[in-house]
Design a protein. Structure first.
Length: 193
């Protein structure tokens, strides 16, 4: 029992140990809300409706806190809601981003842009008589955020991103000339390693 406590204490101390000044890897876990565009809700509505929370993680690296790259994975259950005409719906995003940051002490703002995939899955209620749809399209994202470091290796993260398909959408889900899009605001915890 004592060795387990010592291992836990050692793990916690490693999180707050001084970081090396070279390239830094990081992982961020986040939770947020989708709003605007095809989400059909405002930011206030998104925050109030916890059934549509977006959650995920980012894995990346920064060189001297200025240039870097990351992979962002986000998932939203019930993106379009549930119980009206939809039995269930979800949106999965996988994006590779280029990140440019400002290493300004414990407060580190950044901007990013990248490309990847947006996958939407919609299951209609049986009474609607419609075919279930899965739509995967190439997409891009652009955004930014800030990390507030509370220790050398741990930060509170605030992030805002805009997602949009490159091509027009699925004829069952979108207007013929519309490109699926929405914004995501999130908060999370970043761990540097």
């Amino acid at each position: 029992m004592k060795s387990i406590r010592m291992a836990l204490l050692g793990s916690v101390l490693l999180l707050f140990a001084p970081a090396v000044a070279s390239a830094q890897g990081y992982v961020t876990v986040f939770v947020g809300g989708n709003f605007g565009g095809d989400s059909g809700v405002t930011l206030d509505q998104s925050i109030s409706d916890t059934s549509k929370l977006d959650f995920g993680a980012r894995l990346g690296a920064m060189s001297a806190g200025i240039f870097g790259g990351e992979v962002d994975l986000g998932y939203t259950r019930n993106f379009y809601g549930q119980g009206t005409i939809f039995d269930s719906s979800n949106v999965l995003t996988v994006m590779g981003n280029v990140v440019v940051g400002i290493p300004a002490g414990p407060v580190r703002p950044y901007a990013l842009a990248g490309i990847g995939l947006i996958r939407r899955t919609v299951n209609y209620l049986p009474a609607e008589g419609l075919t279930n749809v899965t739509d995967s399209r190439a997409a891009y994202d652009i955004g930014g955020g800030v990390n507030f470091f509370v220790g050398p290796r741990v930060a509170i993260n605030g992030d805002l991103r805009y997602f949009r398909n490159f091509s027009t959408g699925n004829v069952l889900l979108d207007l013929s000339d519309a490109k699926f899009n929405y914004a995501r605001g999130s908060v999370g915890v970043t761990f540097r390693f």
